[in-house]
Ligand binder design. Structure first.
Ligand code: DOR
Ligand code: ZN
Length: 473
């Protein structure tokens, strides 16, 4: 009896970025080899997915797993366990650690440190700092998924570069590496922060008031202008304001190329959360008023926002309980709750499950040139998530896998649960239990795609269900 498949997931509804079909998925040696009906199950492990959705594993392009140097907050084992339990099979980890990942040697050290600890696949960003343009080629060679540029100060020991250092970094990255930007102007953040501090304010809303929308708009305008000149692939992380999104739309109309990310937390929380959760929901950029949240959802509907990520940014439970807003850290966990929160949003018609696949798997893989990820099709990695779209239950923070499972979503009644997660054909999560040993590997982007000239013909990216097709690079 010859065995053609190792694993066949049968009877589920396979959701792609552009539609869904009742199909089986057959896997061999970690890759999808067939998608269709009545596939050969002889000798294979058969998973009955009747009544379930089968999604490509999500790719979270924005997590902070805190290695090296801040493992009291999270580490690769705990953070990637949370990812596996949340249906996220690839995470991209940020470089604002102690020390920051700003040299090729530190990039190599980080790879050595995290290898063997991850339950899902991972990419690692390097950083553009105040004086490291000479290190960028070395980090690219080691497989950097992209480079993070913090225009505004945040957690970690990173000095914000001035415009000259930024431009040298952008030139060194062009046209191979995506540069992902935290777009807030540091000088203006400091000015507004100092004024509020001097006025005696220490409450959570003071943080929101210290970061008005124009500070984001100014940084976006500056970095997009520079990146076009340097011919760098640019991505704006965690865009948070209506005004910032409008500036992106205007810049695109002028011919600038840039992709944009929205965070789950900026989509499901508004400034009312400061009254309920205090500094737990302090975030850089901040949770915004409802008008901004509405503008972000409209941007998703129109296709102006390209991806959704989490900015999973863990801190210790004690740190999250800090009451002085200036002493509190920004950020909170989110990688494990992303998919259930977005599935819940589908029940009120905010987006379709196909849109979740496009925003959280297909487009990230396209934009960052991640090989074999983001789709359920022959030749792709068998990263599969089984989802029960109807199960309704309150979120219990004690069930989460992060080192400090403190979340503003505790007790939220969510519709849609992650039943099981497969990484390259292997079960890594089964109904809340993470299954070892850790088998995650480094994911390295395809190189050499370069940046197309602005007036080159635009290849179609694919047929989207609800939004128009727009070029990414
Ligand atoms: O609030 C934030 N926390 N924003 C960031 O950009 C970084 C993050 C962190 O690393 O804690
Ligand atoms: Zn972040």
């Amino acid at each position: 009896m010859s065995v053609t498949h190792d694993l066949v997931v049968t009877g589920g509804t396979v959701v792609h970025h552009d539609g869904r079909h009742r199909h089986d998925v057959a896997v061999r040696d970690g890759r999808i080899v067939a998608v269709g009906t009545d596939l050969d199950t002889t000798g294979a492990t058969v998973v009955d997915a009747r009544g379930l959705l089968v999604l490509p594993g999500l790719i979270d392009m924005h997590v902070h797993l805190r290695e090296p140097g801040m493992t009291e907050k999270e580490d690769f084992a705990s953070g990637t366990s949370a990812a596996a339990a949340g249906g996220v099979t690839t995470v991209v980890d940020m470089p604002n650690t102690f020390p920051p990942v700003a040299t090729a040697q530190r990039y190599r050290d980080k790879l050595d440190l995290v290898r063997g600890k991850a339950y899902v696949d991972f990419g690692l960003y390097g950083m553009i700092d105040h004086d490291n343009a000479g290190e960028i080629a070395g980090m690219a060679e080691l497989g950097a998924m992209g480079l993070k540029l913090f225009m505004g100060q945040t957690t970690g020991d990173n000095r914000c570069p001035d415009d000259a250092a930024i431009f040298r970094g952008l030139e060194a990255a062009a046209a191979d590496l995506v540069v992902g930007v935290h777009a807030e102007n540091d000088h203006l953040l400091r000015l507004f922060g100092e004024r509020l501090r001097e006025s005696g304010r220490t409450d959570p809303r003071a943080h929101l008031e210290s970061r008005p929308a124009f500070i984001e708009v100014e940084a976006i305008t500056s970095i997009v202008t520079m990146a076009t000149e340097a011919r760098t692939k640019l991505h704006i992380h965690h865009l948070s304001t209506r005004a910032g999104l409008q500036r992106i739309v205007d810049l695109r109309a002028e011919g600038h190329r840039v992709t944009v990310e929205s965070l789950v937390s900026h989509l499901v929380l508004d400034d009312g959360a400061y009254d309920t959760h205090g500094n737990l929901v302090k975030l850089n950029p901040p949770i915004r008023p409802a008008a901004d949240v509405e503008a972000l959802w409209a941007g998703i509907t129109r296709g102006d926002i390209d991806i959704i990520a989490t900015d999973h940014a863990p801190h210790t439970a004690a740190e999250q309980a800090e009451t002085d807003v200036w002493k509190a850290y920004g950020g909170f966990i989110g990688v494990e709750t992303m998919l259930p929160l977005l599935l819940t949003a589908t029940t009120r018609g905010a987006l379709d499950v196909e849109d979740i696949v496009r925003l959280c798997a297909y487009t990230p893989a396209q934009r960052w040139s991640i090989p074999h990820k983001g789709q359920i099709a022959p030749g792709f990695d068998a990263d599969l998530v089984l989802v029960d779209p109807t199960e309704e239950k309150p979120l219990d923070s004690a069930s989460l896998h992060s080192r400090h499972p403190v979340t503003p979503y505790d007790g939220w009644v969510l519709t849609g649960s992650v039943v099981a997660t497969y990484l390259r054909g292997g079960l890594v999560h089964d109904r809340g239990e993470v299954v070892g040993p850790p088998s995650g590997r480094q994911v390295v982007p395809r190189r050499g795609s370069g940046l197309r000239p602005v007036d080159a013909p635009v290849p179609a990216l694919g047929t989207m269900l609800t939004v128009p097709t727009r070029e990414l690079v």
